[in-house]
Design a protein around this ligand. Sequence first.
Ligand SMILES: C[S@@+](CC[C@H](N)C(=O)[O-])C[C@H]1O[C@@H](n2cnc3c(N)ncnc32)[C@H](O)[C@@H]1O
Length: 255
Amino acid sequence: MTINQAFEILQKSGGIRAARIITDHFGPMTGIRVRRIARQLRRDVPVAKIIHEKWFYGIRFYTNTATLDPRPDTETLVSAVIKDCTLDAPRILDAGTGTGCIIGALAKNIPTMHGIGIDRSWGAVRVARKNMRRLGLADRIDILWRGFATFGPDRCFDIVVTNPPYIAHGDTMVDAGARHDPAMALYARDNGLAAYKTIARRATQWLRPGGRIYMEIGIDQETPVREIFDHFGYKFVRSEQDLGGITRVLIFDYS
Ligand SMILES: C[S@@+](CC[C@H](N)C(=O)[O-])C[C@H]1O[C@@H](n2cnc3c(N)ncnc32)[C@H](O)[C@@H]1O
């Protein structure tokens, strides 16, 4: 099938932008493949899940069904860390690393840092390792198959950064693309707050005295998440808003 024929079929199923990205990415395709992709588009499968890549912070990351596709909102979190980081050779932990987009973007922009990304999903660990290798970061970033509750080194990280699952079970406001992301990446018990509770408890062991934690939050979660971190003795530093003016990032110190 010619590229023009493929373009026309894909455009009818997913619109002009999707058709352009997919034909640019794959070039000539067989008719069977084009029709399969057209069916995916009609089921609202995001383009990133079809071409297996998503740009984040100006960097291309591999993604698949085991990982959340990196979202532009999360760039606010990365920018906040980069803006503050004046340490010589910081050690950074990314809790719930997914594709590794956060720790990868940080490592590309803070050349002296070393870090660890952890995830409970083995599929995500494989994806993040692949991304670190592709980006030439495997010597500075280790990706480990660990849960928040069980990862436990002794107060050695200068910075913890996390974008945990924070959507309440049953929340119907998730975007169409999220239906194709893994549930483990999206949903948390306790009205979406369970992962923050675990992380607040565990990060007291992860952070060195005087260390700092940066986290992404969902809409309207600032007050409950601040209460959780207050309870564990953290000191609130500031919040950051995303491009839509929504409070997206909370920052706390722990001594
Ligand atoms: C919202 S996604 C964020 C992925 C990536 N950091 C990003 O910002 O695109 C949350 C990630 O946390 C992982 N996760 C969920 N519960 C976890 C747990 N208890 N321990 C470790 N990782 C967990 C999920 O597998 C998922 O990769």
